[in-house]
Design a protein around this ligand. Structure first.
Ligand SMILES: [Zn+2]
Length: 219
């Protein structure tokens, strides 16, 4: 397939996917003329990107699409709490996988099976699926599992306590050995979850672990 054809296909995929109703913006719900990105002009003008987010080991790289805002936060809640799964397609456009990562596979940040059962879906799996389609890299939700229920991270404000809550929470499949893995998440907050995932994957032999997130209040 020629590169231009591939581009056309990607645009068609996004265009098709991003229109929730004929004219409704994903961030403000105003009925207005919206673009292929699913946004009205006013919301698009307010978006702030996040070009060089900082990160620590054991992560080998971090990509964050957008700076955090009230509008983005409200949209994330609609996506993960109110069953508005169409936001996966909308948010995927702000996820990226830099070429220099030479990624082998995308892995969504896992949710404990009990919470997934309660909610009915894991929103990061939806993001990974759409990102996989957009960047042509496979994804697997089976290589990393959350085995400890713990408390919900958002209810804990102290960073040290967040790290403790996550410790020993994940289990990695031995198949990750030697792989360059991109974790996919919606929000990078203090990094406690991402760092614990990366640590678990590295202990199981992963070569590199990166993280691609939609937004981060820390940047
Ligand atoms: Zn808007």
């Amino acid at each position: 397939m020629r590169k231009s054809d591939r581009k056309q296909q990607d645009i068609a995929f996004l265009t098709d996917a991003l229109l929730p109703g004929p004219y409704q913006c994903f961030l403000c719900d105003e009925e207005d003329l919206i673009g292929e990105d699913g946004l009205c002009d006013a919301c698009r003008a307010k978006l702030k990107y996040c070009p060089e987010p900082t990160y620590l080991a054991p992560l080998d790289g971090l990509s964050v699409g957008l700076q955090y805002s009230e509008e983005i936060s409200a949209a994330i809640i609609r996506f993960k709490k109110h069953e508005q799964r169409e936001y996966a397609r909308f948010f995927t456009q702000f996820l990226s996988v830099p070429e220099e990562w030479h990624a082998d596979i995308l892995v969504p940040v896992p949710m404990h099976p009990f919470r997934k059962w309660i909610r009915g879906y894991n929103h990061t799996e939806l993001l990974a699926a759409y990102l996989s389609n957009a960047v042509n890299i496979p994804y697997s939700a089976k290589l990393l599992r959350k085995t400890k229920l713990g408390f919900e991270q958002k209810k804990i404000t102290d960073p040290a306590e967040r790290r403790r809550n996550m410790r020993g929470s994940f289990s990695a499949d031995p198949l990750v050995k030697g792989l360059r893995i991109v974790l996919v998440d919606d929000v990078f907050t203090t990094g406690a979850t991402a760092y614990e995932c990366a640590k678990t994957l590295k202990q199981a032999g992963a070569a590199k672990v990166y993280l691609s997130a939609v937004t981060s209040p820390a940047h």
